[in-house]
Design a binder for this molecule. Structure first.
Ligand code: IPM
Ligand code: MG
Length: 360
């Protein structure tokens, strides 16, 4: 049985890291006889340049037909002056997320022991770190209406967005988080701003309600400002965190950095049936695009996550993760995670090293 995997390289460093993930997928495909059929399509700025819009029909059709999607990153200064709805982010990435109803975003922040020195925090604060951030991805202020920029009667312009969640949206992301907590340390911290925002007062209420169905999970609540502080003060206190779209966007970048580099972290965005899109947590990094220095590991471990969560190919996923571990053990580092005494390698050299480690 074949499985259709759609590769969406996107913009900036996207194509560079996607090329390395493709090498890795081709190898495990052969090794394990996975029957993966890899296809590729344009999205984001690359699609705007080639086809006039960030999510061309052809790409969208392939997204719908795919069993799983692996995306690099989208966006860049070249397209920043387009109207918001046409930009790579809103016109491409967010359209796929919401069009496929990929509401459940899993962002693990795990510190590889080899990289304890690369973290900006003291090794004892981060060593052994293993957090899972569950971010709601298709609602909240990212999608709330009304939204826009308007001119008031006095001629002054104002920008406005709407932060809205209904209880069903909260419950379904809550369920994802409670289920994840059950498979881990059974501790869930729900992050909100319930001291100010009504929408998150409801959020808190629904989480409390859900907790009754998961008596084994210890649920706590934290305001988002405190959560940001606690993440950099004592991150190991967390097991699973669940939060809305925007807070999750911010906290997951902070959590990623605890692990040494945002260039290491994968993410999964899943619908109710587990179909998903997988992407590194980092962005398109236009400042280093085209230089061959980007870290492809987040993309490569995103591919592993895809094999595990959407395609049921656990063995191949583990093999890729072990290969990544092996190259870190060998002391190979891209510039973002390089430190004295390790060997600096390019994007392609890192990808090739993972491929070599798969073959031993
Ligand atoms: C992320 C990114 C996106 C987001 C951008 C590129 C729209 O920052 O996946 O975290 O804000 O969700
Ligand atoms: Mg982000």
């Amino acid at each position: 049985m074949t499985k259709k995997v759609l590769l969406l390289p996107g913009d900036g460093i996207g194509p560079e890291i996607a090329a390395e993930a493709r090498k890795v997928l081709n190898v495990v495909n052969d090794q394990f006889g996975l029957g993966l059929e890899l296809d590729e399509a344009l999205v984001g700025g690359a699609a705007i340049d080639a086809a006039g819009k960030a999510l061309p029909e052809d790409t969208w059709a392939k997204c719908q037909a795919a069993d799983a999607i692996l995306l690099g990153a989208v966006g860049g200064p070249k397209w920043d002056n387009l109207p918001p709805a046409e930009r790579p982010e809103k016109g491409g990435l967010l359209k796929i997320r919401s069009g496929l109803d990929l509401f459940g975003n899993l962002r693990p922040a795990i510190l590889s022991p080899q990289l304890a020195d690369a973290s900006s925090l003291k090794p004892e604060v981060v060593s052994g770190l293993d957090i899972l951030i569950v971010r709601e991805l298709t609602g909240g202020i990212y999608f709330g209406e009304p939204r826009g920029i308007r001119t008031k009667e006095n001629g002054v312009r104002e920008g406005y967005n709407t932060y809205v969640y209904d209880e069903e949206e909260i419950r379904r992301i809550g369920r994802v988080a409670f289920e994840a907590a059950m498979k881990r340390g059974k501790r869930l911290c729900s992050v909100d701003k319930a001291n100010v925002l009504e929408v998150t007062m409801l959020w808190r209420e629904v989480m409390e309600d859900l907790a009754k169905e998961y008596p084994e999970v210890e649920l706590s609540h934290m305001y988002v400002d405190n959560a940001a502080m606690q993440l950099v003060r004592a991150p190991k206190q967390f097991d699973v965190m669940v939060t809305g779209n925007m807070f999750g966007d911010i906290l997951s970048d902070a959590a990623a950095m605890l692990t040494g580099s945002i260039g290491m972290l994968p993410s999964a965005s899943l619908d109710v049936n587990g179909k998903g899109m997988y992407e590194p947590c980092h962005g398109s990094a236009p400042d280093i695009a085209g230089q061959g220095i980007a870290n492809p590991l987040a993309m490569i471990v995103s591919a592993a996550m895809m094999l595990r969560h959407s395609l049921g190919m656990e063995e191949a996923a583990v093999k890729i993760e072990q290969a990544v571990d092996a190259v870190l053990d060998q002391g190979l580092r891209t510039a973002d995670i390089w430190s004295e005494g390790t060997r600096k390698v390019s994007t392609a050299e890192m990808g090739d090293a993972v491929v070599a480690a798969l073959q031993v």
